[in-house]
Design a protein around this ligand. Structure first.
Ligand code: NAD
Length: 332
């Protein structure tokens, strides 16, 4: 039923129904690494909740999934407190919506400001803390404030430098992912061993990283792309693109497919290019991320309770199941 035609009672009941579903799907996805629905179903349902809460703001509660970063930390793993919360990200599903987001940013900053476009790697966010250049602590995002301690697991991953090239004390965040080929092989092996297969590379990466026994992590092929330094002053840079280059100098692996843009035409071209190249990349992406390139402006724009106001994800339309299957066959 169109939202405009709903009574308050009907909206309340639909909101409660959707919330229960989203909470359940969140547990399966974030905590058990075994989602039961495709991401686009989750995204559509979530978007309906946002639309309902926008029309009926009196029905927004603090425990709504729209007000919280997903996933409780696993009780078997030690906890880490994120002094600077690890947030989620707003998303749009069309170029038109992306342009509306940009118009809002321009209004709060200036016209035609520079964005940095990056691939949205389909993995899970990790935090890596360094003291005087030495890797001392790694954690997952968890509920954004409390994450899981995965220090020993991250130590097993080659692209996580144990020692930086400079003795900096800094927190670096990035995306841990499993390359498609490794994912396909792992699932074949699991099938042969009679174990449950992972739904996608993202869940395989999460399941492989969040292990009590770090030896299991070591056996899985995982990688990390670094993309964010909350306290960027430590790096002596002023832009996101420069931060990426500094991270590379320090010894991190970064995703090189980033691009600075200022015009809608450049944004369109980037989206078209990677919509087309998506299947031939060796890692999964579920969209692109657009970030205000000026880090000082990012800080000025700040965050809502759940998402930064200076970045947005453009999500690709769902892939045909056949394409996914074909892709997996090719990569094995
Ligand atoms: P998100 O995963 O859509 O976006 C935020 C995340 O993007 C960040 O935390 C970071 O980990 C990642 N990211 C990848 N590349 C990045 C880059 N270059 N720069 C910055 N960040 C980058 O948001 P979310 O809150 O983690 O999860 C919501 C999404 O998860 C949903 O939209 C849905 O697709 C999926 N989900 C699916 C189910 C399901 O049952 N299928 C359940 C819950 C969530």
């Amino acid at each position: 039923k169109p939202i405009e035609q709903l009574t308050l009672a009907e909206a309340t009941s639909e909101i409660n129904e959707i919330k229960a579903k989203i909470v359940q799907w969140g547990v399966e996805y974030y905590e058990q690494d075994q989602p039961s629905v495709e991401d686009f179903i989750y995204d559509q349902t979530y978007a309906r909740l946002v639309a309902l809460e926008t029309k009926f703001p009196e029905l927004v509660t603090a425990d709504s999934p729209t007000q919280q970063v997903g996933g409780a930390p696993d009780s078997n793993l030690d906890k880490v407190v994120h002094e600077i919360p690890m947030l989620s990200m707003g998303d749009v599903f069309s170029v038109e919506e992306l342009m509306e987001f940009n118009d809002r940013v321009y209004k709060n900053t200036k016209d035609n400001l520079e964005f940095n476009l990056e691939l949205k790697i389909d993995g899970l966010a990790v935090s890596m803390v360094y003291e005087n250049g030495k890797f001392v602590q790694g954690s997952t995002r968890g509920n954004g404030t409390i994450g899981e301690d995965i220090t020993k697991n991250l130590k097993m991953i080659k692209s996580v430098p144990q020692q930086l090239s400079e003795p900096l004390s800094v927190e670096v965040r990035g995306e841990c992912y499993m390359p498609k080929e490794a994912f396909a092989k792992l699932n074949l092996q699991r099938e042969a061993d009679g174990e449950a297969v992972f739904a996608n590379p993202r869940n395989a990466a999460a399941g492989s990283l969040r292990q009590l026994d770090a030896k299991v992590t070591a056996e899985r092929e995982l990688s990390v792309f670094a993309y964010y330094v909350p306290e960027f002053e430590v790096l002596g840079v002023d832009t996101q693109s420069a931060a990426l280059e500094r991270l590379k100098e320090l010894g991190f692996s970064i995703n090189e497919n980033y691009q600075k843009v200022t015009t809608p035409a450049e944004i369109h071209d980037y989206i078209d290019k990677f919509t087309e190249q998506r299947n031939s990349l060796e890692f999964g992406i579920d969209g692109i991320v657009e970030k205000v390139n000026d880090l000082h402006l990012q800080a000025e724009l700040g965050n809502t309770v759940k998402v930064p106001r200076w970045e947005i994800a453009y999500k690709f339309p769902p892939e045909e199941e056949q394409t996914i299957l074909r892709e997996i066959e090719w990569t094995v």
